[in-house]
Design a protein around this ligand. Structure first.
Ligand SMILES: Nc1ncnc2c1ncn2[C@@H]1O[C@H](COP(=O)(O)OP(=O)(O)O)[C@@H](O)[C@H]1O
Ligand SMILES: O=COP(=O)(O)O
Ligand SMILES: [Mg+2]
Length: 577
């Protein structure tokens, strides 16, 4: 059976039974059908972030080596690991991102795991779910409309239309919308200007939705969003649009979405699935509201950061965690034989074949990710996500390679076997968590030692260009950083302002440590090229765009949409994966 058939034929528990596993009674649920709900944080008294910090659960971050275009199974392993931990008696919940329709109808497919390690009902979660992505798109597009209306109605703020920094959004891949001209048709049609679209998950509204700790913080962050600059180059914020700003109206559209979504895995593990930025063009983790709600309700929270550790895990450490007040108590790095062989120089199609030489050549990619993660002084475990074609010899070799460098490696067969396939990994993680000092103790320890250059506190103290240099050299293996004239000008405008010490969010290809997607493995002798820089004052970070990265993906030659359909008689969704 395929993922959708496994999901459709599974017996799901009523969502109130899943909530009860977290100690949440039905009165604090906002049902979306029988098997999905939002948790009513206000009713539950969990709206104040401080409530969470009292007795928080431990956090396990799932990251990966550099992936093939199909992805290497972080979501799948995260789900399997959570099922495995519950199976061995550890009270565990998941905190994951919700899928974007871009990949669902494009190349990669859904974001609900796979095989017997899925959050379900997979078709509903991958499509409209509880409407959050639509709400975020509407809130962001309302802001864009209010900005152009302000200019049309006399432009009292003196906004220079050529400097508007926000673009309209849609939660789809559509390259033809990257560059548009709006306001055509004469005096009553608005003021003509260049515009374009970003995919919703790349917008600052999505980033703010995922980094806000509560409703008040959400509105504060929204009000700080910079929408453009005046003719004398002063920043204009959302808070200046209209007498009270536009953040209130945006929050109205986001109000219902802000409560985290609750669903279940095929094994009945509670899963909070909420917010969805990608990790190549945004910060790549689910909402801190979902992670902190899960921390308040479970002993262990398994969460995932997108793409490889050079992207999602780095941003989790330096953006998501500090915003949410948490950091990982353990880190799981998903590795697959196919991804390592792909990094060893074979094509995606050949990567599933036995090829010890390519495996040996490509394992340098995993080694560089492990070198990076060692800087965070957390237990790191390699989870080998096994595929049907994998051979025991190559798996044994990889386990031995990891052990030789002092890193525990364990097989995860959750895709094919569900919780059964993740019990061994779950026992390894349980034992690691029992050994690691909890977050508070670790903070005390950190204060006694000189911080690692990649530690959140050390990196936070550096100005932007030094931050970029540390990340490029220490994580990516670059010899240095090259800036375009535009990037240097934009950095110059931020120098001397509070933005100069904000975290950086690197927008980069996920396939290479460099900004050239063809340089696989562990490339050396390269410069990281920064094309442009954008302040996201509401999200509280500065996005640095490298290489040719785009914030509106295109559809592939044969998008997944081509095979999709609905069964006439039953309305069943067909060929979604
Ligand atoms: N062990 C496996 N065997 C076969 N397919 C897998 C396996 N692990 C993951 N997949 C499939 O690979 C794709 C990517 O998995 P996913 O968990 O979304 O990866 P990531 O979160 O790293 O992008 C999904 O279609 C999933 O069903
Ligand atoms: O942002 C990317 O997420 P995945 O790596 O889970 O596809
Ligand atoms: Mg994923």
């Amino acid at each position: 059976m395929n993922d959708a058939e496994i999901s459709a034929t599974a017996t799901l528990q009523p969502i109130h039974a899943i909530a009860e596993r977290l100690g949440v009674s039905a009165e604090h649920l906002i049902p979306y059908g029988y098997t999905m709900a939002k948790i009513d944080l206000t009713g539950l008294g969990l709206t104040d972030n401080a409530d969470v910090q009292r007795s928080p659960g431990k956090v396990v971050l799932v990251t990966a080596c550099s992936p093939t275009p199909a992805g290497e199974g972080k979501t799948t392993v995260a789900i399997g690991l959570a099922d495995g931990l519950n199976r061995i008696g550890v009270n565990t919940a998941l905190a994951l991102r919700e899928p974007s329709l871009g990949p669902v109808f494009g190349l990669k497919g859904g974001g609900t795991g796979g095989g017997y390690a899925q959050v379900v009902p997979m078709d509903k979660i991958n499509l409209h779910f509880t409407g959050d992505l639509h709400a975020i798109s509407a809130a962001h597009n309302l802001l864009c409309a209010l900005v152009d209306n302000h200019i049309h109605q006399g432009n009292q703020l003196g906004i220079d239309p050529r400097t508007i920094t926000i673009k309209r959004c849609v939660d789809l891949n559509d390259r033809t919308l990257r560059h548009t001209v709006i306001g055509l048709g004469g005096r009553t049609q608005g003021v003509p200007r260049e515009d374009g679209f970003e995919i919703t998950v790349a917008t600052e509204t999505m980033a703010i939705f995922c980094l806000a700790t509560d409703r008040k913080d959400l509105k504060q962050r929204l009000s700080q969003m910079i929408i453009g600059y005046t003719y004398d180059q002063k920043p204009v914020t959302v808070g200046e649009l209209g007498p009270e700003g536009a953040q209130g109206a945006m929050a109205v559209l986001l109000n219902d979405a802000l409560d985290p979504n609750l669903v279940q895995t095929l094994s009945g593990t509670p899963a909070l699935v909420h917010g969805g930025p990608f990790a190549n063009i945004a910060h790549g983790a689910n909402s801190v509201i979902a992670t902190n709600t899960a921390r308040a309700l479970a002993d262990v929270v398994i969460t995932e950061a997108g793409f490889g550790a050079d992207l999602g895990a780095e941003k989790f450490m330096h953006i998501t965690g500090p915003a949410g007040g948490f950091s990982p108590d353990a880190i799981v790095v998903v590795a697959t034989l196919r991804a390592l062989k792909y990094n060893g120089g074979v094509s995606v199609d050949e990567a599933n074949q036995v090829n010890p030489e390519a495996l040996r050549d490509g394992v340098v990619n995993l080694d560089r990710h492990l070198d990076h993660l060692a800087h965070y002084d957390r237990p790191v475990v390699v989870a080998i996500n096994t595929f049907p074609d994998d051979t025991q010899e190559e798996i044994t070799w990889l386990i031995g390679h990891c052990q030789a460098r002092g890193v525990t490696a364990e097989i995860c067969a959750a895709w094919g076997q569900g919780a059964d396939g993740a019990e061994a990994l779950a026992r390894v993680i349980r034992d690691q968590l029992q050994q690691t000092p909890h977050q508070q103790h670790r903070r005390e320890q950190a204060e006694q030692h000189a911080p690692d250059p990649l530690s959140p506190q050390a990196l936070a103290g550096l100005p932007l260009q030094e931050k970029i240099s540390v990340i490029a050299r220490t994580i990516y293996g670059a010899d240095g950083v090259k800036y375009s004239p535009a990037a240097l000008k934009q950095l110059g405008e931020l120098a001397g302002t509070p933005a100069e010490y904000l975290p950086v969010c690197v927008a980069k290809t996920p396939f290479s440590f460099s900004d050239d997607r063809t340089k696989l493995g562990a490339p050396t002798g390269f410069q990281l090229t920064i094309q442009r820089v954008r302040l996201r004052a509401g999200a509280g970070f500065v996005v640095v765009y490298t290489g040719r990265i785009m914030t509106m993906p295109g559809l592939p030659k044969h998008p997944a949409a081509e095979a999709m359909d609905v069964a006439d008689s039953t309305g069943e969704i067909l060929n979604i994966f």
